[in-house]
Ligand binder design. Structure first.
Ligand SMILES: [Zn+2]
Length: 282
């Protein structure tokens, strides 16, 4: 890569990026599709904007970067697992050392204040973007996590604690990823969005194909869960989170507190375990 390309990745000819600003009203998510093929870029940008439009006015007015890669950045697969298709995360002012240059340079601007140009990021791997239906489902799923993080932070934090329980607790609970309420809601929204944009038949055929081609128990279980989700009724995340904690976690208070202590201080402050477990303060 040339020096010019390193300095101005977003504008460099060798990294064909197109920034779609979307609506000028409010702060629309910024969509960046990386591809050298103009037709592919246009297709994926259009698919992304249709997902955003499908969310209507639910998307928080924040600085969100939605990056659609044309390759699978291996350090992310190493960190999140080979089955990971996309992820959402809030951003802090840090240098993002294991991010690809072509994304980091969009986010981290060391000579400016603040040093980050975005406060939130959604990343989709190239393999996810290779199918417009996969792109739609994964992008809608991560957008819903963004909505949860900004609109119902307490619920997002409480649910996000659960994967941090000890492995022995997760095994004892027979906890599936899609049992966690905020993950279930993201899967329902994702499936509903895809059904709206592609039709129920295409989505069912796609999910059946994913079940058939799954190579791990975890992946197959997850797609089977998605197949069984009812998208026609409202999912009450607050109620489902409360019920989940009170029915399945009431005997694991010390383990929950241990997991909470391992989380960052600002995260821990968001979670009131006693309230979630239906108990009054001592
Ligand atoms: Zn998720």
């Amino acid at each position: 890569m040339s020096a010019k390309c390193r300095d101005r990745a977003e504008a460099c000819e060798c990294v064909k990026l197109v920034q779609v600003l979307g609506s000028r009203l409010g702060m629309a998510p910024t969509v960046i599709v990386k591809s050298e093929n103009v037709g592919i870029r246009t297709q994926r940008e259009t698919a992304a904007q249709r997902v955003i439009a499908n969310f209507g006015n639910q998307i928080p007015d924040r600085r969100l970067l939605c990056f659609f890669d044309d390759t699978d950045w291996q350090p992310f697969k190493d960190r999140f697992g080979k089955e990971n298709r996309a992820f959402y995360g809030p951003l802090r002012e840090e240098a993002l050392p294991d991010w690809p240059d072509y994304v980091r340079r969009l986010i981290f601007v060391p000579l400016s204040a603040p040093k980050v140009a975005f406060d939130h990021v959604i990343y989709l791997y190239g393999s996810t973007c290779s199918s417009l239906l996969a792109l739609t489902m994964s992008f809608a799923h991560e957008l819903q996590h963004f909505v949860q993080h900004e609109n119902v932070r307490l619920l997002w934090a409480a649910n996000s604690l659960l994967p941090h329980l000890d492995g022995s607790v997760i095994s004892a609970l027979e906890l599936r990823w899609c049992d966690i309420p905020h993950e279930r809601e993201a899967r329902i929204v994702s499936k509903r969005t895809a059904e709206n944009l592609f039709g129920v038949g295409d989505v069912n055929r796609y999910v059946d194909a994913k079940i058939a081609e799954s190579t791990t128990d975890g992946d197959r279980t997850d797609w089977e869960c998605i197949r069984g989700l009812d998208t026609s009724t409202h999912y009450d995340l607050a109620l489902e989170t409360m019920l989940f904690f009170q029915r399945r976690l009431k005997d694991y208070i010390p383990e929950l507190e241990k997991a909470l202590q391992r989380m960052p201080a600002d995260f821990s402050a968001d979670v009131d375990l006693r309230k979630l477990l239906g108990r009054t303060s001592a």
